[in-house]
Design a protein around this ligand. Structure first.
Ligand SMILES: Cc1cc2nc3c(=O)[nH]c(=O)nc-3n(C[C@H](O)[C@H](O)[C@H](O)COP(=O)(O)OP(=O)(O)OC[C@H]3O[C@@H](n4cnc5c(N)ncnc54)[C@H](O)[C@@H]3O)c2cc1C
Length: 370
């Protein structure tokens, strides 16, 4: 495979960066501080067609592949990692429906592409984080008449006109159901004050005998949830790339402009090496992430492996090197008036969501057959 972007992908990347720089970047600090509304921003992304990047053209989307979505999330995340997370969740519901939704595809993918509904993963529970097999949310009744009861935690996009993909079980096993937030019995309770990804909002969602929108997606619910998470974890790796791109740029600028001991600190080898390591690790993360995204369609049997590698490698690099960028900034690195402390907080979160780094290693062990 070619790990470089094609001319068409480069042109898309430029289009994405232009959009993000004009529409999102000016509001980055306000989005992080909760002074600008992430819902409004998602509406703008929907109007520009970006909620439908991975939806086929015949269903109203852009017909792009996972690499296209990664490029968009990469462009976005350095300015709003929370929005990038909201998109990762949305695209993962698109993925679950595309792969397991049979005729539900024609019903829901056009709505998701237009942003009339926003996909929301409702997998995690208080006692079911890394191990979704202990999920307690249950369903009763058959087919499209099933009802869902239980509580999900940390659900992003739940306050939107959401289409929840809900993992639930009965005595025969697990299924994933679609639940329309506007047409079901549920209540939301917001989780406030997170360390990072503050431009996203997180909710605990209680389903109270909520009616499902249709028959369950076809297949074992745990397998469907794993497939959705495999896709969204590559997008989180893309978000880590975006955070690193902005972190390196800021750190290099600061190193050139800040003088101590009579010279710009960029003249000192101790600073140069930090920047050199950062750019190397960022490039390595990018190649691995693009490789994972490409394998989604290009080499599906390898996708799960590369997704786990990309997520754990890129998120670790982002966390380690954004910390070094803060170090280069000195005391200004910890100032909340500078964007770098936001990058650092957001980078840490990429190691936790959509499967922790440790869980990616468990997946890799399984993929290696040990
Ligand atoms: C910003 C953010 C957004 C989120 N959005 C959503 C969402 O929209 N929908 C949703 O359903 N969930 C969401 N989540 C929840 C997320 O998926 C879980 O946080 C994640 O799966 C980890 O579960 P946990 O936090 O309960 O950690 P735990 O599973 O309790 O793990 C705790 C620690 O134990 C380690 N550990 C666990 N098992 C093993 C093992 N086998 N080997 C080694 N170490 C192990 C973990 O790596 C971790 O360090 C979100 C989380 C975050 C942070």
């Amino acid at each position: 495979m070619n790990t470089f972007l094609s001319a068409a992908q480069k042109s898309l990347q430029e289009q994405y960066l232009k959009f993000v720089n004009e529409v999102v970047a000016p509001h980055a600090a306000d989005l992080d501080a909760g002074k600008a509304c992430s819902k409004d921003m998602l509406t703008k992304l929907a109007q520009a067609g970006y909620l439908g990047i991975t939806v086929p053209k015949e269903l109203g989307g852009q017909g792009g592949d996972l690499l296209d979505a990664v490029l968009f999330v990469e462009a976005l995340a350095g300015h709003s990692a929370g929005l990038a997370m909201a998109l990762a969740s949305h695209y993962s519901v698109v993925e679950a429906i595309s792969r397991y939704g049979a005729e539900l595809k024609t019903r829901y993918l056009p709505l998701l592409a237009r942003g009339e509904m926003i996909g929301a993963q409702a997998f995690s529970e208080d006692k079911a984080g890394s191990d979704l097999s202990v999920c307690q949310t249950s369903f009763s009744g058959a087919g499209g008449d099933a009802k869902i009861t239980g509580s999900k935690t940390w659900v992003v996009n739940a306050d939107m006109p959401a289409l929840f993909a809900v993992l639930a079980k009965d005595e025969n096993g697990f299924k994933v159901f679609l639940v329309d937030s506007q047409n079901s019995s549920l209540s939301l309770s917001e989780r406030k004050s997170t360390m990072g990804f503050r431009s996203a909002r997180f909710f605990d969602v209680e389903f109270k005998g909520a009616k499902v929108s249709a028959e369950a997606l076809g297949g074992d619910g745990l397998v469907i949830a794993a497939a959705a998470l495999d896709l969204s974890k590559v997008l989180v790796a893309g978000a880590a790339l975006g955070l690193m791109n902005v972190g390196i740029k800021l750190a290099a600028e600061r190193a050139n402009n800040r003088e101590q001991f009579g010279a710009p600190i960029a003249k000192y080898q101790g600073v140069q090496w930090k920047l050199a390591d950062f750019s190397t690790e960022s490039a390595a993360s990018q190649m691995l992430t693009y490789r994972a995204a490409w394998s989604h369609a290009g080499e599906p049997t390898e996708f799960r492996k590369y997704a786990a590698m990309a997520k754990s490698y890129a998120s670790r690099s982002a966390r380690l090197h954004s910390a070094e960028a803060v170090q280069i900034f000195g005391v200004m690195g910890i100032s909340c008036d500078e964007p770098l402390e936001r990058i650092y907080r957001d980078a840490k979160l990429t190691e936790v969501l959509e499967g922790t780094s440790e869980v990616q290693k468990v997946i890799l062990k399984e993929q290696l057959g040990v």
